[in-house]
Write a new protein. Structure first.
Length: 279
């Protein structure tokens, strides 16, 4: 299998890379994994501004590539990023803190099909059919199913009749629910959250496989962020469990809190990446 280079990343000149530091506001990048709710974002923004003593700006983009480029080019200070781009570009960023979900800093990839599709029980049953990935830089929505196909001896390039990238994980779920795709791979955390928020959507799909666990998408800091700001932002996130306002926000996240990452947390994703790149 040919190695895919999904990021045509452009690194800016050294003098430009510190642009985010010069701004008075703290810029935080959010990927499509985030369950978009402007009312919630406004409340979270207020919480962070109160604890940081600085204005906060959320920078939202439609795909992981754009957010990753913003981190690498110094256009945001922090970002909630998928573990896959973090592993690929970890020399340019650091994990600041990691969300705790159902008691652990872990999540899974789900393989889903339509609820009425009684004949599909495994990934192999989807051979020659239509499949939806979420994003080419998504661990759960691309890397995991690619690695699983390779491990089973299949050529991911020709296994499906057609594939497409739907973007956000919710888009994958919607595509499968309405029959635009026979199957799809999604972030289990997002799927579980949508099952609570919009059961009418997830009930039109069915989970046929859950992967092993991987490190939850981390909150990263770009290289060069002021150490004091790094510490204050980390403390603001990790302190959410200790305040009533913070706990209420975490409940809307469906998260238990934020914690310090283990040194080995993302080795599973790194193994998948090496396996897929080798083909």
């Amino acid at each position: 299998m040919k190695r895919r280079n999904f990021l045509g990343l452009v690194f800016l000149a050294p003098g430009i890379s510190g642009a985010a530091t010069a701004r008075s506001s703290v810029r935080i990048g959010l990927t499509p994994v985030f369950l978009n709710d402007q009312t919630f974002l406004n409340r979270w923004q207020g919480y962070l501004e109160e604890r940081l003593g600085r204005s906060v700006e959320f920078v939202q983009r439609g795909n992981y590539r754009e957010i990753t480029e913003l981190v690498l080019n110094g256009r945001v200070d922090f970002a909630w990023l998928c573990g896959y781009p973090y592993v690929r570009y970890r020399e340019h960023m650091d994990v600041l803190t990691v969300p705790i979900y159902q008691g652990e800093p872990l999540y899974r990839s789900y393989l889903i099909v339509g609820a009425d599709d009684a004949r599909t029980e495994t990934l192999e049953d989807l051979e020659g059919r239509l499949f939806a990935f979420s994003d080419p830089l998504s661990n759960s929505g691309w890397l995991v199913p690619q690695a699983r196909l390779l491990a089973a001896g299949h050529d991911p390039e020709g296994f499906f009749a057609r594939t497409f990238f739907a973007g956000a994980h919710r888009n994958v779920i919607e595509a499968v629910a309405v029959g635009l795709a026979n199957g799809g791979a999604v972030d289990g955390y997002v799927y579980d959250a949508l099952a609570r928020l919009h059961p009418e959507l997830t009930e039109r799909t069915r989970i046929i496989w859950r992967s092993e666990t991987y490190g939850f998408p981390p909150v990263v800091a770009r290289n060069g962020v002021d150490p004091e700001l790094r510490g204050r932002f980390r403390d603001a996130l990790q302190g959410m469990q200790g305040s009533g306002q913070g706990r209420a926000l975490l409940e809307q996240f469906y998260l238990d809190g934020f914690g310090d990452p283990d040194a080995e947390l993302y080795t599973g994703i790194e193994r998948l990446m090496r396996h897929v790149e080798r083909g």
